[in-house]
Design a protein around this ligand. Structure first.
Ligand code: MN
Length: 227
């Protein structure tokens, strides 16, 4: 195949304990999936899940230095459990959904909260609030074959060593299986798709120079520095 310019490189995540990398296809995110965060955003809980996307090349595999983005004065962190699919399909039944999961990672859904607030107010899309460059730092994947499917366990984030977000996976409004099943009614899911599953309360505004460290029990940890 001849291209008019070289195609962008495939975005990949490393897999703990494996030489083989995980090729990323699409990146979906769930809005407001923990009751305490929905409440701090002024929303009702247990509404049906809703989704938005980030471009795959917005991921920052392994974390590290992340450039503070332009066009915001209110950059906020959302620590999240990320599901990585090894199989896909449409209209997946909840009882079959976990069989589609390859593994899990820890992700940060970085958000330009001021742009998001303006978008909400005007009924505009969230893309520029959520899908900007380097908006998705993410850890290496842990295969479900090794760690199982975590349904309880701490999910936490520290800024400069101080605890800001502290929740538990058991507080998700919609379980991983329910999220996969619901999303698959809207789009045909495929191997390589990632789903950021929402964040607990405690989101806060960060600035250049801040060090963010987060984790999910049994899955891993992630650290970034805003530069
Ligand atoms: Mn989020």
């Amino acid at each position: 195949m001849n291209y008019v310019f070289p195609p962008a490189p495939q975005v990949v995540l490393s897999v703990v304990g494996s030489e083989a990398a995980f090729p990323v296809r699409r990146v979906y995110c769930v809005g407001r999936n923990y009751a305490d965060h929905a409440a701090e955003m002024g929303a009702d809980t247990r509404e049906p899940p809703f989704f938005f996307s980030k471009p795959a090349d917005a991921l920052v595999p392994g974390g590290g230095d992340v450039v503070y983005p332009p066009m915001t004065g209110k950059l906020q962190h959302e620590i999240e459990l990320v599901v990585a699919l090894g199989k896909g399909g449409s209209d997946i039944a909840p009882e079959n959904a976990l069989a589609c999961v390859f593994g899990y990672a820890v992700g940060l859904d970085l958000t330009r909260r001021d742009l998001q607030a303006r978008a909400k107010e005007k009924g505009h899309p969230w893309d520029m609030a959520k899908g900007f460059d380097q908006s998705g730092p993410i850890s290496a994947l842990r295969p479900a074959a090794e760690v199982g499917h975590p349904v309880t366990g701490a999910i936490w984030l520290k800024v400069n060593g101080e605890l800001q977000q502290s929740g538990d996976l058991s507080h998700m409004s919609w379980t991983v299986a329910e999220v996969i099943a619901n999303l698959s009614t809207y789009v045909c899911l495929a191997p390589g798709d990632l789903i950021f599953t929402g964040t607990p309360a405690g989101v806060s505004t960060v600035v250049r120079g801040d060090i963010l460290e987060g984790g999910v029990d049994g899955v891993g940890e992630l650290k970034i520095t805003l530069v």
